[in-house]
Design a protein around this ligand. Structure first.
Ligand code: NZQ
Ligand code: ZN
Length: 392
């Protein structure tokens, strides 16, 4: 077991009409001017944004608005937000939406708090020194950004998608009302479930350390998400299942399911970020498409954790060799993905990267990381190209 620090300072307010607590939560933060940040249409159409504006008014808090965040959020809007935030003297950012809106809010917070050109923080030319405090009203269970310390932004110039992690960006509060996710298209619900699973799977596939308690928490979380993803496929309005998935999403990426290990592999995420950066596919679907290629490539040399995945997560009890058992677990997970209508190959995303594009994505991945990807097997550009081909 490795030593670890576990720090999750986000205050979670969970349940039906949780957004009615917004005024009190803002009061606790003592903010004077809020940047209200949101996405395309969904929060306006559901009436949520109007309820937020009413709460701000009732609380006597001033605010400015910046909407228009798109999935795979763009740097150009982050720049706009930083400029607006500086001009208006914003001291708090309220993100109303999913991972894309929360990530965009964090990046704006970095820009206002740390000064200078915010993209340099993503390029690791400078370190984050501060982030404007963030609050979240979550509308999709997926990324766990509502409790995480990271955000991912795409620069239109070169379509580079890079992450930036800093403890300063962990949201101060997260309002999670499972009923808010009931307006999601089925596809987005399924993408979210895959992403939640992957955040714990990335931590499950580690190279060193680990502990029994974490394994048991992780396996239980993954089995719970798979069960309720299937229920939501047939009954999207099921509140209990919406709630199980939403809470799992937050716990899956707040560090809990990685305590005691080396932090996990994360190569599937890094590889997917290149795919969604270049082709603008939904993150969860991209993960579902590339994971099988990665798992087959890596498990050949390192089947141990894949065998445990087959036994403890997919609950298989085959009597074959380690290699056979590992493969059975991978196939069982892909069967689950297909059952919730998620792709298990890149072509099913409706795209077909050329050899040159696979090479470009692999090289950008390594460049963005400043070294090889993954821990179970360290992957260089040629390995990543091979994985793209296997996942095609
Ligand atoms: O813009 P609107 O109209 O709101 O539409 C959104 C968007 O089209 C829609 N939506 C959200 N809530 C809805 C809704 N539609 C109807 N009803 C609702 N209640 O759903 C679409 C997807 O939203 P988005 O925020 O993009 O989804 P998600 O939460 O999956 O976020 C994906 C982004 O987060 C990054 C991904 O790479 C991707 O850019 N990630 C962030 C992480 C982090 N910060 O810790 C970790 C993840 O691994 C991930 O990389
Ligand atoms: Zn993810």
């Amino acid at each position: 077991m490795n030593d670890f620090t576990f720090h999750t300072p986000t205050k979670v307010v969970f349940g039906r009409n949780a957004e009615s607590k917004l005024g009190a939560l803002l009061r606790e933060q003592g903010c004077r001017k809020v940047l209200l940040h949101y996405g395309g249409r969904s929060a306006e159409a559901s009436g949520l944004l109007q309820r937020v504006r009413d709460a701000l008014k009732a609380e006597g808090v001033g605010w400015v608005e910046l909407g228009g965040v798109v999935p795979n959020p763009r740097l150009s809007l982050v720049y706009k937000g930083v400029e607006l935030g500086r001009e208006e003297g914003v001291d708090f950012i309220l993100a109303v939406g999913g991972g894309s809106v929360i990530d965009s809010a964090k990046a704006i917070g970095y820009g206002i708090g740390s000064g200078g050109d915010v993209w340099e923080l993503f390029e690791r030319k400078r370190k984050v020194t501060a982030c404007t405090p963030i609050g979240v009203i979550l509308t999709i269970a997926a990324t766990g950004s509502e409790m995480s310390s990271s955000c991912v932004i795409t620069a239109e110039d070169g379509w580079r998608k890079l992450g930036c992690t800093s403890e300063t960006s962990r949201p101060r509060f997260a309002i999670m009302d499972p009923a808010l996710t009931m307006t999601l298209p089925d596809y987005q619900t399924a993408c979210g479930c895959v992403d939640i699973l992957m955040h714990t799977m990335e931590r499950w596939f580690y190279a060193s350390g680990g502990m029994e308690l974490t394994d048991r928490i992780a396996a239980s979380l993954m089995r719970t998400v798979m069960k309720h993803a299937l229920i939501l496929r047939d009954d999207p309005q099921n509140y209990e299942s919406r709630a199980e998935v939403m809470w799992a999403g937050a716990l899956s990426h707040n560090g809990l399911t990685g305590c005691g290990s080396d932090g996990g592999d994360w190569a599937p995420h890094k590889i997917e970020h290149e795919l969604s950066g270049l082709f603008d596919v939904a993150h969860g679907a991209g993960l579902s498409a590339v994971w099988g290629g990665w798992a087959r490539y890596v498990s050949r040399e390192h089947p141990e954790r894949f065998v445990r995945f087959a036994q403890h997560v997919m609950q298989l009890s085959g009597a074959g060799t380690d290699e056979e058992m590992a493969l059975e677990g991978i196939e069982a997970f892909e069967d689950f993905c297909r059952a919730i209508n998620m792709p298990t190959s890149i072509r099913e995303l409706g795209i077909e990267p050329t050899e040159a594009q696979m090479q470009e994505m692999a090289e950008k991945c390594i460049a963005g990381l400043h070294g090889p990807a993954g821990k179970v097997k360290k992957l260089h550009a040629e390995d990543i190209v091979e994985i793209f081909k296997m996942a095609l």
